[in-house]
Write a protein that binds this ligand. Structure first.
Ligand code: SIN
Length: 405
């Protein structure tokens, strides 16, 4: 049979599509096992959307007070609106401390306590004693550039382990056999328009979310749902697509994508106020600014709709420390012409994360033989209807790093 167009063929054991946190962790996990691994990505790996992840990784390290993986699991169950898959949640919470220490050993420069332990900060919805005890500082971060640090580290480690990167290759479609097996992926090389076929025993989708479907999103322009599209075209259903998370404190300053004013700021004591100076979260939830994310997002949205101009006030809690402890937020403020040391930061709810996607089991396997998915494109059921803050980077790390084929 003659092909309709010229293409170059590449053969690997594994082809990973996407080089954000999940894609790089999967790439590294496969390459470390000695598998011939290709990672195809439409942007340079360290420019993937994970670079914008400020807050951190939830893990019950107990560096800042008593904690337990079961309490983390409980918070994940509760945060999901009780709709999550408990096997996936247990796996996540149990695996978290090891995943963080592994990253530390790979070289991620985590923020430290005075004793030199990994610093953990408070985020909404993280408690102790199965919700009966006080909030816990559970989120491990590298200042407010956690995603940035993770990408650089995982990319370096992947290259060291001989993973091969195909950068600025746009994955277009899955290659399916007549008996319904996924055998590879077709890509379009962006700089010269040539077509490339990657054949592999294992195709891993790590293409992220589809935030760009929304007018206002924290997602990079690259988050266009490519993986979900390929899977749908191959005839596989997507699950839980109605579960979309909105971040309550995207900066409302005319920049697109909307920069995050990370929840960590609220963890460190920043408060939400409106145009009248009213701290409106006090009436909305007993945990005020650290209520679960969907509750804060709804309250912020209601303020915006009422024309009350919600804003984040970091001045008393952080003062000038915002410039050093939250350099990414400070840089976004500067870009917007705001001085967060003396001014409040205007905020709005914006599309942030998609809980639904390609249905996978706890090993990341889809129902299509030969196809796996991990990170935001996947839907293990882990997050139910609402992802607990700082479980997103964690999810990217714990699935698909150790699968054997
Ligand atoms: C944030 O830093 O506020 C976002 C973290 C997350 O979505 O888990």
């Amino acid at each position: 049979m003659t092909a309709a167009y010229e293409y170059e063929t590449h053969v690997y054991d594994v082809v990973v599509v996407g080089a954000g946190g999940a894609g790089l962790r999967a790439t590294l996990g496969m390459a470390e096992q000695g598998l011939r691994t290709a990672c195809v990505t439409k942007v340079f790996p360290t420019r993937s959307h994970t670079v914008a992840a400020q807050g951190g990784i939830a893990a019950s390290l107990s560096n800042m007070g008593p904690d337990h993986w079961q309490w983390h699991m409980y918070d994940t169950v509760k945060g999901s609106d009780w709709l999550g898959d408990t096997d996936a949640m247990e796996y996540l919470a149990r695996s978290a401390p090891a995943a963080v220490y592994e990253l530390e050993h790979y070289g991620v420069p985590f923020s430290r306590t005075e004793e030199g332990k990994i610093y953990q900060r408070p985020f909404g919805g993280h408690t102790t004693e199965f919700g009966e005890g006080p909030p816990v500082q559970r989120t491990c971060a590298a200042a407010d550039r956690t995603g940035h640090a993770i990408l650089h580290t995982l990319y370096g480690q992947s290259v060291k382990n001989n993973a091969e990167f195909y950068i600025e290759y746009f994955a277009i479609d899955l290659i399916m056999s007549e008996d319904g097996q996924c055998q590879g992926v077709v890509c379009w090389k962006l700089d010269d328009g040539t077509m490339h076929v990657f054949n592999a025993k294992m195709v891993v989708l790590a293409t992220g979310g589809y935030g760009r479907a929304y007018f206002s999103a924290t997602s990079a322009h690259t988050c266009t749902g490519d993986g979900g599209g390929m899977v749908a075209r191959a005839g596989l259903p997507l699950q839980d697509m109605e579960f979309v998370q909105f971040h309550p404190t995207a900066m409302a300053c005319g920049i697109d994508p909307a920069p995050l004013a990370t929840e960590a700021l609220r963890g460190e004591g920043a408060v939400l106020v409106n145009r009248d100076g009213n701290r409106f979260m006090l009436d909305a939830h007993p945990d005020a600014e650290l209520a679960p994310r969907d509750i804060v997002a709804r309250a912020v949205y209601a303020q915006t709709q009422a024309g009350l101009a919600p804003a984040l006030d970091t001045r008393t809690a952080l003062g000038a420390k915002i410039l050093t402890d939250f350099p990414a937020v400070a840089a976004a403020c500067q870009q917007a012409g705001l001085d967060p040391v003396t001014q409040v930061i205007p905020v709005a709810a914006a599309a942030h994360y998609h809980m639904g996607g390609v249905a996978t089991d706890a090993d990341g396997a889809s129902t299509l033989p030969g196809l796996w998915a991990c990170g935001e494109v996947a839907s293990t059921g882990l997050h139910g209807a609402n992802r607990l803050a700082s479980n997103g980077l964690l999810e990217a790390l714990v699935y698909l790093s150790l699968i054997h084929i």
